[in-house]
Write a new protein. Structure first.
Lengths: 262, 654
């Protein structure tokens, strides 16, 4: 890990979160926190509630019980708009890009919340709207440069291979200049080389932009390599929380992953 | 510009740069696409940047006679660094940027590098990895600071800071740099380029300012290049061709170099810039054509038929029209129509709409490939040269293009064929010496001052030089017939499905070959036939692919049967290799030439199998990945017989 990065105070604190869909308990009494500038991984077997957890954080789901404290403010009912406004951006397990639009335009949509000029000026591309567009374009170009996707700038996203689409999605999330980035299985379905690239980008985002990262990942090698702390879920419950080394040697975790003799 | 060099004041590259800064201060000198927008530096700005960099280097202790390693993609500041080193009387040594760390060590040690200017973190990491083996290396300067924030070694410097240091230095000692430039002499070494090393270790070729200026001058006058020309600089900076075109000629004639955004964007950047002057090895032209063909195969029937119809017209008369030869009125009309419908749009897609002169060199180009570009109206010409001769020995003059020769000797260059058929060269463009290798220097430059190129060739009736092969590669079959492997391989490689070929046959009864399929072309071919495959190895093992390649080989055999000297060289058996030949595995040089000897040793079992009449052979090979890790690829390779044809030369001659 990089030495220069200073892990700061807790910026996101989740307390006793419980989420139910009818009789199904997706999450039961889960608490953990995220510190500023850290890479926090959420792992667990299939159906453990990892994606639900992310959905709770950015307000897609409302937990029946529990408290979300983000930068000192209590959000019992976080909603997606408020989350985005507050600086929480995310990528999805199944890519959710605009397939017919170019890479550039897709990333530009990530700037949506930052656009101030009105519809009429935008339509005329005049005055402040023009200046604003140029400033946003500059920002988007920086992201394109950062993610090394210059060669596909003008390519419609639907024509790109999976690994690149994932990278574009990361780019769109970055365009919002988030303080917390939620990544839902950013490396799923990738080959070794693509995974390595993605790891490097995630670490670069964390290191150079100082973005706090919460990620869900199945590849244990990746998780152990890049995260500072890991929380392990199983059947909607938290079974471990700590540094990668501590989690790796935790008996409950080993049982959850390998199964136990009955 | 012809009066330039006669003035003693313009005898070095730094002087030429300062001359342009004065004569055409606001003319664009360098462009680079950055953040999606082309940025331009004028000659006066470039002069300022070079001045700052040179003064900064001086401040760090760079002295006359020191060597400066330059490693990275084509970035403006790396080109300027060359001139900055030259200003101080130092010698820039560009290295291949894709070389693995261990390969770099040899050059760094051999050249006694004290200072290195590199592009980015990747190159810094490579140098740091081997720093202990290069005790001379004192300072590493980097262009792009990304990812280097936490590197706190005191010998690492950002170019920005060094240039800032240089600007302060220049303010305090405004006379310093001009004095240094004044001390530069025409016969000082201007640059050291390492040979690609088809055989043995690379050697550092020392070229003087005089030699490269002579080469640049003759090329610029030959093709009337002036300040308004544009060139896309995308080939490795360590290659003599790029140095001649993007540095020497640009600095001599004052034209604009354009650096692409990244290696992957070259095609788009080329379309945006529309260069008037273009240079590429045959491989690049081949790839472009393959891409065009793949796209045409996927096009609708109307477009495809139109393309093929007009390509037939172009094949019939396109090259003749470009050469200004007499062509019938009907053909002219069809060609004009084709130009409107096919050739023009095609040139536009290739970024070749504005090209006045395009050159290819570095390897033999397939005649059909060459004819294709000329027939669609791209003035593609061949040149012949070597690192040791500043790349400029023979050039094809406009209107005298032959598909199989490289043209008459360039102005001021003397070419002679010795008794063994080897091409000898003498003139101003010759190397001064091999760095620290008097033995090699003595071996390649004879008492009369001729440089031995190692190429076998002869002059045809018009005085054009024809190159057959590397002299040492030309062998004999068991029956005494000439065997020129390169010639056969080039014939095979012209098929878009074949990417690389290695022919064997010296002192054997028959010729056999290894084939590398072209992943793009064959992959597309397979997809359209619903042949599923998981990767290169899988695809290469398919029966259908073997049949496809056999057709290609047999077609090549049919052509060889017409050649009086080479009809015995038809390929009897071949196999498709299970992995692509790769410079990382030492099978190709960095300029992507086949390292015949090495491949012969590495795949000895396969060669034995080809000649023992086996039907298949198992092989396991270690491969190196780009990040230095190793893996293994294994496969059971089929050996395929190809039909051969009786010699047709007698009939053809009649």
């Amino acid at each position: 890990m990089s030495e220069g990065r200073q892990i700061g105070e807790v910026i996101l604190d989740l307390k006793n979160i419980s989420l139910r869909f009818g009789g199904v308990k997706a999450l039961t009494d889960i608490s953990f926190d995220v510190r500023e500038h850290e890479v926090r991984a959420i792992i667990g077997p299939n159906g453990a509630g990892k994606s639900s957890m992310l959905n709770v954080i950015n307000g897609v789901y409302r937990p029946q019980e529990g408290d979300i404290i983000f930068r000192g403010e209590h959000h019992r009912d976080m909603n997606t708009y408020a989350a985005a406004k507050a600086g929480i951006a995310r990528t999805f397990q199944n890519i959710a890009l605009f397939k017919g639009m170019t890479v550039l335009d897709n990333i530009m949509t990530g700037r949506n919340l930052k656009m101030k000029s009105n519809f009429l000026l935008d339509a005329l591309y005049w005055g402040p709207a023009q200046r604003e567009e140029i400033a946003h374009r500059r920002k988007v170009e920086e992201i394109i440069d950062f993610l090394e996707i210059q060669h596909i700038r003008k390519t419609p996203v639907g024509r790109l291979p999976y690994g690149l689409q994932k990278r574009v999605e990361l780019g769109r999330a970055l365009a919002a200049e988030p303080s917390i980035l939620l990544l839902d299985e950013p490396m799923a379905g990738m080959n070794v080389e693509e995974k390595q690239d993605m790891c490097r980008f995630v670490l670069d985002v964390n290191d150079q932009l100082g973005t706090t990262i919460v990620l869900i990942e199945h590849d244990m090698g990746v998780v152990m390599d890049i995260s500072d702390r890991v929380v392990v879920l199983d059947y909607g419950r938290k079974i471990a929380d700590g540094t990668p080394d501590a989690v790796r040697s935790n008996q409950d975790v080993i049982d959850a992953y390998l199964g136990v003799a009955h | 510009m012809s009066d330039n060099v006669r003035l003693p004041s313009l005898s070095t590259f730094p002087r030429l740069l300062m001359h342009h800064a004065q004569m055409r201060p606001n003319h664009p000198a360098t462009r680079e696409k950055d953040m999606g927008i082309w940025q331009t530096w004028t000659w006066s700005q470039v002069a300022e940047e070079v001045r700052a960099m040179a003064c900064g280097l001086a401040e760090l202790g760079f002295k006359r006679g020191d060597n400066l390693a330059i490693i990275g993609d084509n970035r403006p500041r790396l080109y300027w660094a060359m001139c900055a080193a030259q200003c101080l009387g130092g010698v820039p040594v560009p290295l291949y940027q894709d070389a693995v760390a261990a390969e770099m060590v040899f050059v760094l040690q051999d050249a006694g590098i004290k200072f290195a200017i590199v592009e980015d973190q990747e190159q810094v990491d490579k140098l740091l990895e081997n720093k202990s083996q290069c005790p001379d290396l004192l300072h590493i300067l980097y262009d792009d600071p990304r990812g280097l924030r936490h590197y706190n070694q005191s010998f690492l410097h950002g170019l920005d800071e060094v240039q800032e240091m240089g600007r302060i230095h220049n303010r305090n000692h405004p006379e310093f740099l001009d004095g240094e430039i004044e001390q530069g002499r025409q016969d000082d070494v201007a640059v050291m380029l390492y040979t690609s090393g088809t055989t043995g270790k690379p050697k550092g070729v020392c070229q003087t300012h005089g030699a490269f200026i002579a080469a640049a001058q003759s090329g610029c006058e030959f093709d009337k290049l002036g300040p308004d020309d544009n060139i896309l600089s995308y080939l490795p900076m360590a290659w003599v061709g790029d140095h001649l075109f993007s540095f020497a000629q640009a600095t001599y004639a004052g034209f604009t170099i354009n650096c692409p955004e990244s290696g992957d964007t070259v095609m788009t950047d080329m379309r945006e810039i529309g260069p008037s002057y273009y240079f590429a090895p045959p491989r690049v032209f081949e790839n472009l054509l393959t891409q065009v063909m793949i796209r045409m195969e996927d096009a609708g029937a109307l477009k495809r038929n139109m393309f093929h119809y007009f390509m037939d017209v172009a094949r019939r008369c396109g090259a003749e029209i470009l050469d200004g030869k007499p062509v019938s009125g009907g053909d002219r009309l069809f060609y004009a129509l084709g130009n409107l419908l096919v050739y023009g749009p095609l040139r536009n897609v290739l970024g070749m709409s504005r090209i006045r002169v395009a050159y290819t060199a570095g390897a033999a180009i397939g005649p059909d490939l060459f004819r294709f570009y000329r027939s669609i109206g791209v003035n593609l010409k061949q040149l012949y040269g070597a690192t040791e001769t500043c790349a400029a020995v023979c050039l094809q003059p406009d209107g005298q293009i032959k598909f199989d020769t490289v043209g008459p000797p360039a102005p001021g260059v003397e070419v002679k064929i010795d008794d063994s058929g080897e091409v000898l060269v003498r003139g101003a463009v010759m190397l001064k010496e091999y760095y620290k290798r008097p033995d090699a220097t003595a071996e390649s430059i004879d008492a009369q001052g001729y440089f031995h190129t190692g190429d076998a060739g002869f002059f045809d009736e018009d005085g054009h030089l024809k190159i057959i092969d590397r002299a040492k590669d030309v062998g004999k079959l068991a029956n005494g017939a000439m065997f020129a492997p390169n010639y056969i391989e080039n014939k095979l490689k012209f098929f878009s499905h074949i990417k690389e070929a290695v022919a064997f046959g010296d002192r054997k009864d028959e010729v056999c070959a290894f084939i590398n399929i072209d992943m793009g072309a064959v992959g597309n071919w397979a997809e359209r036939r619903n042949i599923a495959y998981s990767g290169y190895t899988d695809l290469a093992l398919k029966t259908e692919v073997h049949e496809l390649i056999r057709d290609c080989v047999e077609q090549a055999n049919a052509e060889l049967a017409h050649d009086a000297m080479l009809s015995d060289s038809q390929v009897h058996r071949f196999l498709i290799l299970h992995k692509e030949l790769d410079p990382d595995d030492d099978e190709l040089t960095r300029t992507r030439k086949v390292r015949r000897g090495f491949i012969g040793e590495k795949y000895g079992v396969l060669i034995d199998a080809l000649y023992s009449g086996k039907a298949s052979q198992f092989i396991e090979t270690e491969v190196k990945f780009e990040d230095g890790r190793k893996g293994k690829v294994s496969a059971d390779l089929r050996i395929v017989e190809a039909k051969t044809f009786p010699p047709q030369s007698a009939k053809k001659a009649a």
